[in-house]
Design a protein around this ligand. Structure first.
Ligand SMILES: [Zn+2]
Length: 163
């Protein structure tokens, strides 16, 4: 038996093909993205606006059929990480920042890439806006990345409940 730290690394090609079935609520969201719209769905009971809704409110257990909300393409970066480790299939050069964007009027953040700002200047509360691809489709890749709006940072009190 090899001692701890010893061993052999074997590289093997691996491939996994799969189809993603979005379901009704995610399909509504993705069809919106294909029209450069970010659509949220409101819970009729608590009033929370879910973006990328799964069709129901996990708190109340009811359908998010309290109204469709056409959200602005602008929000607050609530939290983020700086990626320093390269990995297979990576499309952005390290280091880069990725984080959660709470759109104005939404209660659930979207994940996105933060660009047009040095990674060491990215911070919680940064105000950001979507930069769309020229050609959009029913995929979140239609949003190329998020860039700073230039507005003053959001006050922590305005997003602390959404971390
Ligand atoms: Zn609810």
């Amino acid at each position: 038996m090899p001692e701890r730290g010893e061993g052999t690394i074997v590289e093997r090609p691996l491939r996994l093909d799969y189809d993603y079935t979005a379901g009704l609520a995610q399909s509504r969201f993705l069809k919106g993205i294909a029209q450069k719209k970010i659509l949220g769905e409101r819970c009729p009971k608590c009033g929370k606006v879910y973006v990328g809704s799964r069709g129901s409110c996990p708190t109340d257990g009811v359908a998010t059929d309290g109204g469709e909300v056409d959200l602005p393409h602008k929000g607050t970066l609530t939290t983020f990480c700086v990626v320093n480790v390269p990995f297979a299939g990576q499309s952005v050069e390290c280091p880069y920042a990725s984080g959660y964007i709470l759109l104005d009027g939404a209660d659930i953040p979207l994940m996105g890439l933060i660009q047009e700002i040095p990674h060491d200047q990215v911070r919680m509360g940064l105000r950001v806006e979507a930069v769309w691809e020229d050609e959009v489709g029913p995929t979140l890749q239609s949003i190329k990345y998020w860039k700073p709006t230039g507005e003053p940072d959001a006050d922590y009190e305005t997003y602390k409940m959404h971390l």
